[in-house]
Design a protein. Structure first.
Length: 242
């Protein structure tokens, strides 16, 4: 049996069961969930949810949202389902096994699809299968991942994703012309350093001009989180940043 830990996010409001060895959630899914701007009784899909970090962080902030997590790796989907119980969100969160390239029947189209797609385009994959699947692209390229997410969205629905800043041009190319009103939030590790991550929020079928937002600075010079980043990682929302 794989050893797991129960870890806390959002200042203890979220409990996440995840393996000791393999893919473990860092801050990216927390930032992703914080960037969701819609409110009310919306249907949200977490595409490639892993152990469910983004889904549970969103559920902690949006109590009326109906959230589905889709995960290709059965073990990670199983841990996510265990965390559904740990967070007592059985009435609001469900985890489905499946491949985004050939998704199972997920019901009606979604108001929001959020995703933290695999970052690796080339290179040697990690020896751990869970890490390799989470980090490395397979037959479903980044462009293919984005198009698959868009197919699951309602018209005027929002696709929100976090990814490497150095692949922003690929992301934008995959979104246009199917989506517009694209809002890009750069995430800077420290002052004076280039962004390493971007959060991209796009509206399916929208034609509104795009917006480059001021950005989020993660760390002070001494390595501590900035007050803005700490507020996101504890409170779970980006507020007016996006």
């Amino acid at each position: 049996m794989t050893e797991t830990t129960d870890d806390k996010l959002l200042d203890g409001r979220v409990i996440l069961r995840q393996p000791v060895q393999g893919y473990r959630a860092a801050i990216d899914p927390v930032l992703l969930a914080a960037a969701i701007r819609v409110t009310g009784r919306v249907r949200v899909l977490d595409a490639g949810c892993g152990t469910g970090a983004a889904a549970f962080c969103l559920a902690a902030r949006m109590h009326e949202a109906d959230i589905t997590g889709l995960e290709i790796q059965p073990a990670y989907a199983a841990w996510a389902r265990e965390s559904v119980g740990l967070n007592t969100v059985q009435d609001r969160v469900r985890i489905v096994d499946g491949d985004l390239a050939r998704p199972p029947d997920l019901g009606a189209s979604f108001d929001v699809v959020m995703s933290n797609p695999p970052f690796g385009q080339d290179g040697t994959p990690p020896p751990d299968l869970g890490l390799a699947t989470a980090h490395m692209e397979s037959a479903l390229t980044l462009a293919g991942w984005i198009k698959a997410c868009l197919r699951l969205l309602k018209n005027n629905g929002r696709l929100v994703m976090i990814h490497r800043a150095d692949r922003l041009s690929e992301i934008l190319s995959a979104l246009v012309p199917a989506a517009g009103d694209i809002r890009v939030l750069p995430i800077f590790p420290k002052a004076g350093e280039p962004a390493r991550r971007v959060i991209v929020d796009a509206g399916k079928g929208r034609r509104t001009p795009d917006t480059l937002l001021p950005g989020l600075l993660l760390h002070e010079g001494d390595g501590k989180y900035t007050p803005a980043a700490d507020a996101v990682l504890r409170g779970g929302g980006l507020g007016a940043s996006i």
